[in-house]
Design a protein around this ligand. Structure first.
Ligand code: XIL
Length: 364
């Protein structure tokens, strides 16, 4: 049933410019497109993306596991579609992601006998992947998430002990950026991670970014994923991080923004994290109560007012998905919940959060 308030909002939406108009001259406003959307099976999501957003990221289709499941056999069908769809819509195609420890087949860093690959072999595979993928979209994909989530969450550890770190050593990061830059010297190259905007992880990020800059590694921006919740993180901490990253001379991109409303113990975005489903942690299976929707909208308003205050360093803000029904948070870190993290509801209607963001853009 369509409630009268949803109906009123629809009418109000007709008086609002598309988000991409509202943010013109400030920063790009993007969205992530699912497998289904890129396969042409999600027409409503595609329509919303084309209307409101001017930067498109593939939610999964450009990850190593999608592009090169088997060594030497590339599948670019959906990735090509992302780039074409963006170009047709006048949106900027964004590349996500070249080097990550998740959604990356084990062959990259394992030998046929199951032993870890030696350094030269792993490096060669990484370079070939980057040269092939970045080279294919040279001049078209304008920004690349080159390395994702290399920083550790553990208190006494700087870098995550990933298979990349173990096989190549910490130079895997610099080498990935060099390879991407060689393949497309004009692309904006991003280091992307979750929770680096929080104070426990920020110093590690600053250390990494400074070290790359000191070594003259071609890195141009830092990506704050932005998988946030109603109560965390504290935006004063986030604002301080934006300032510190900007002071390094880097652009700041918010690459995967969503604001989940469900109770969750786990505070990060490590896709391997899992919690068990219980009714107590899935309270809004029918609908989102109005007071929660208002708090959610208020959080989005505060977030975008902060981004606008820093529009000199922020190049792009991308939402991680188009509407609530397709959000990954329905399955993370608990499978099978009903979350409400985005700007459009399951019917594709703009939510209070949409109006809060649109009003922030208009300075109202
Ligand atoms: C997520 C996708 O949204 C899911 O569909 C997939 O099952 C797992 O990955 N950080 C990232 C993104 O960099 O690539 C992740 O995307 C979310 C966390």
């Amino acid at each position: 049933m369509v409630s009268s308030s949803a109906f009123a909002q629809q009418n109000e939406a007709q008086d609002m410019p598309p988000l991409k108009e509202a943010f013109k001259g400030k920063f790009l406003i993007g969205t992530a497109l699912s497998y289904l959307t890129l396969q042409g099976k999600e027409a409503p999501s595609e329509a919303i993306a084309r209307t409101h957003f001017n930067a498109f990221t593939a939610e999964n289709s450009m990850k190593p596991g999608s592009l090169q499941k088997t060594e030497g056999q590339f599948n670019f069908t959906e990735a090509d579609r992302l780039v074409e769809m963006a170009e047709q819509s006048g949106a900027t195609p964004i590349g996500h992601v070249l080097v990550w420890h998740e959604q990356t087949p084990a062959w990259f860093f394992t030998e046929a006998d199951g032993k870890p690959a030696n350094r030269e072999a792993a490096l060669a595979r990484m370079r070939t992947h980057i040269a092939t993928v970045v080279g294919r979209y040279k001049g078209r994909v304008k920004e690349w998430d080159v390395v994702n989530e290399a920083i550790s969450d553990a208190p006494d550890e700087w870098l995550r002990p990933s298979p990349w770190l173990k096989s190549i050593g910490e130079e895997f990061i610099a080498e990935a950026f060099r390879a991407a830059h060689a393949a497309d010297p004009n692309a904006i190259l991003i280091y992307n991670d979750y929770n680096i905007e929080r104070s426990y992880k920020r110093p590690k990020a600053v250390r990494l970014l400074k070290s790359l800059l000191d070594q003259k590694v071609p890195i141009h921006a830092v990506g704050i994923q932005g998988h946030w919740r109603l109560d965390t993180p504290n935006f004063a901490e986030v604002e301080e991080s934006i300032t510190q990253f900007g002071a390094l001379g880097l652009k700041v991109m918010v690459t995967e923004l969503d604001i989940g409303v469900l109770p969750t113990k786990y505070q990060g975005a490590d896709i391997a994290a899992r919690e068990a489903l219980t009714p107590a942690i899935n309270p809004y299976t029918e609908a989102l109560p109005d007071d929660v929707a208002q708090r959610h909208a208020e959080r989005y308003r505060q977030a975008f007012e902060m981004f606008l205050r820093h529009q000199d360093v922020i190049g792009r803000v991308t939402l991680w998905g188009v509407h609530d029904g397709s959000s990954w948070l329905n399955n993370f870190p608990v499978r099978g919940r009903t979350d409400y993290p985005l700007l459009f509801d399951r019917e594709g209607r703009p939510k209070p959060a949409f109006f809060a963001v649109a009003k922030a853009a208009a300075g109202r």
